[in-house]
Design a protein around this ligand. Structure first.
Ligand SMILES: [Mn+2]
Length: 436
């Protein structure tokens, strides 16, 4: 994100509201990590999308149809605090560097917001994200209502900004896709580096540090979500993040890691052998997951539904599991009974963007939910997997404790798809070569 991208997003958002509507979009505050130190700050995605303003404790107020539509409340300059905690843009910087039409110190929000809301028809504000700020905003709204005897009218309707904003965020512009390509490139470096480094006796956290370090080394913000480096049966824990086990000879490592660049994250999973070679049982499962993943990626094109990608991968996956003797019965029987969910319990993908599980509806607004059609600019992950618990005595013994997932980030184009992360080795042969 940069200020010119944010300006374009703001203009489109303001144009989609009706004249007289006002949106209040806060970012986050500092969050205590321990005693008097904070977690590294990361802006709220909606706020970031509309402002490119990187500091905590700020609120954007956007006024549709107003000749000064962009109001930004920020932390004021403070020489002493800046020595301790870093530079601030301040009120002048908010105008000069971030394009605010009007800027105020954040402390003035309680007195200024009722003025800004006066006369507005609708307030666009997302409730339920920050209860403390919710009660402040509702309090300010109430204080506007109290002034109705003076002829001041306050918005009578509170609307979720996400209905407009999250649909905008779901459809990526060329500029956004360029940033996501950069995130994919750095993620490629990290995954191939991990493949080269993996060997028996290494610890999962060594792979994690290599991956996260590679993200930073190339100018990324770091991992867009906590890196998963899961060896052996740890791969069957979907959100395993302890990363503290030693990798044994003969085990696979499942690496689920994506670099965040300017707020946009990649989300890539590869699974590769510590010894550099897949065993027969590992390879059997690997090739089933790969075939399903390929089929899913190939299915991404305008007009196909989000759900049909999942159905496509599931068919190939279940068919393959029957073929290698992991499931019994016919394809149709297994699809009907959903017995396969013992080994594939999640969906095939999710939207990807500023949030790793990005915003945007998955179903149309019809009463009966219908999976929505893919359209150019959407980015989805395609990530089938097979996870055979170590203690599953219904599975052939040689498959127990194997967990494999393969995940790419796929942009929908006018005529099909663009696999943003296609360069990360994925066929068994390419993975073994990268591990050698
Ligand atoms: Mn994912």
């Amino acid at each position: 994100m940069n200020t010119s991208m944010a300006r374009a997003h703001r203009a489109a958002f303001l144009a989609a509201m009706s004249d007289g509507d006002v949106a209040v979009i806060p970012t986050g505050g500092e969050v205590t990590r321990s005693r008097d130190t904070h977690f590294k700050f990361r802006p709220n995605s909606d706020f970031w999308y509309l402002t490119a303003f990187p500091e905590p404790e700020a609120v954007a107020v956007l006024r549709a149809g107003h000749d000064e539509p962009f109001v930004l409340f920020v932390r004021p300059r403070d020489a002493e605090k800046e020595v301790w905690n870093g530079r601030r843009a301040g009120v002048d910087g908010a105008r000069e560097r971030f394009g605010a039409d009007v800027a105020y110190p954040i402390e003035e929000l309680p007195t200024r917001l009722p003025e800004l809301l006066a006369g507005a028809e609708r307030l666009f504000y997302e409730t339920g994200m920050n209860p403390m700020f919710d009660s402040q905003v509702m309090g300010m709204l109430a204080s506007s209502h109290v002034r109705s005897r003076d002829g001041v009218t306050a918005p009578g309707v509170v609307v979720r900004p996400g209905d407009i904003l999250h649909e905008m965020r779901l459809h990526k512009s060329a500029d956004e896709l360029a940033v996501m390509r950069r995130a994919a490139e750095i993620t490629h470096e990290a995954h191939t580096g991990a493949m080269a480094a993996l060997r028996p006796g290494i610890y999962e956290y060594e792979i994690e540090s290599l991956v996260d370090g590679t993200f930073r080394k190339h100018g990324g913000w770091g991992p867009g979500y906590t890196t998963i480096a899961a060896s052996g049966a740890n791969a069957c824990i979907l959100h395993y993040t302890e990363n503290d086990n030693e990798v044994s000879d003969g085990e696979l490592l499942l690496l689920d890691a994506g670099c965040e660049v300017e707020g946009y994250t990649a989300d890539v999973t590869r699974t590769f052998p510590a010894s550099g070679k897949f065993s027969k049982a590992q390879r059997d499962i690997y090739d089933v997951v790969l075939a399903a993943q390929r089929a899913g990626v190939e299915h991404v094109r305008p007009g196909n539904t989000f759900l049909s990608v999942h159905e496509t991968t599931t068919r190939v996956l279940v068919d393959g599991m029957i073929g290698i003797g992991l499931l019994k019965g016919t394809l149709d029987e297994n699809l009907a009974s959903e017995d396969y969910r013992r080994y594939f319990m999640h969906k095939t993908g999710h939207w990807l963007g500023l949030d790793v599980h990005d915003v945007g509806r998955y179903f149309t607004e019809d009463k009966k939910p219908v999976s929505r059609e893919l359209a150019p600019g959407m980015v989805t992950t395609v990530e089938p997997g097979i996870y055979v618990p170590a203690d599953d005595d219904t599975a052939p013994e040689h498959f127990r404790g194997i967990g494999i997932r393969l995940e790419d980030d796929v942009a929908v184009t006018e005529s099909g798809y663009d696999n943003l992360t296609a360069s990360v080795p994925i066929t068994a042969e390419d993975v073994e070569a990268a591990c050698a």
